[in-house]
Design a protein. Structure first.
Length: 273
């Protein structure tokens, strides 16, 4: 039987999850970033690790969205953040080895957005990522030096099939090699295997909205001045990192009701071999 999950969140600093534990295993990677405590809304992203709520975009403006640098509030069993154009609420429930996080975003009808549970995981070099075979995968331009084929001018991403779009293995993390690659896999679920026993599955469900799982495979290639290792597995609403690049069907959209709801599920035993 999988160990029960425990989640710790910091409402004063963006609602960031600072810990996701299953028994003795801490799944979230963290980084010492004291400047995070005083960062104002709209500022450049300060990476402290953990799991960030990135909305209404990940890349682009505002950097990593408008919610991560704001103070959240607790109303009963619900966490809430009020941003300029929207309100985001979440309810975290831990049910043994499974956590269900229900979200509601309230905004004007027609408001388009991307949301990501920007989870940076503490993974070994031998960690393996499982996703739906043959799922459409968008590979971002920072991967260009690793590919044999040239990157088309003006193309924000290349399309391929999981797990090896254009010959790059995204399902293996491996040792630090000085690279950093972002990708979006058009599937609602991914599972990490890290060692013989440790499993973590993340999935997202949203009626009538596009879903995906973003990957950040930074093996000491970013940032340029002082690079470090960070690996992200990030369930998303939307299918692009930058809302400004979203085409038809690439972003979530608020319906006439003024609300969008979705569920993130995190499970300590993914159920796959």
């Amino acid at each position: 039987m999988a160990a029960p999950l425990r989640i710790t969140a910091d409402l004063d600093h963006g609602g960031r999850w600072t810990s996701l534990r299953a028994g003795d295993r801490e799944w979230l990677w963290r980084r010492d970033a004291p400047e995070r405590a005083a960062v104002p809304p709209g500022a450049a992203f300060v990476d402290g690790g953990g799991l960030e709520e990135c909305v209404p975009t990940v890349r682009g403006t505002p950097d990593h969205g408008d919610a991560w640098a704001r103070r959240w509030h607790r109303d009963g069993d619900t966490d809430r953040v009020d941003c300029e154009r929207f309100r985001l609420e979440r309810r975290i429930r831990v049910l043994g080895d499974r956590a269900q996080i229900d979200y509601t975003l309230t905004a004007d009808p027609g408001f388009r957005f991307v949301w990501a549970a920007h989870a940076l995981l503490a993974l070994s070099e031998g960690a393996v990522l499982h996703a739906a075979p043959g799922a459409s995968t968008r590979l971002y331009p920072e991967a260009a030096p690793l590919l044999k084929e040239p990157w088309p001018v003006g193309t924000p991403w290349l399309e391929g099939e999981w797990p090896a779009p254009h010959g790059l293995r995204l399902d293996r993390f491996g040792p630090d090699d000085g690279t950093a690659v972002g990708a979006v896999v058009v599937t609602n679920r991914a599972c990490v295997h890290d060692g013989p026993e440790d499993r973590l599955a993340l999935s997202v469900q949203a009626d009538g909205q596009p879903v995906s799982v973003a990957l950040w495979r930074n093996l000491g290639g970013w940032p340029e001045e002082h690079p470090y290792r960070s690996t992200g597995v990030e369930p998303m609403l939307g299918r692009v990192f930058d809302l400004a690049e979203a085409g038809d069907g690439d972003a979530a959209c608020v319906p006439p009701s003024g609300e969008v709801g979705w569920r993130l599920t995190v499970t300590a035993d993914c159920g796959c071999p």
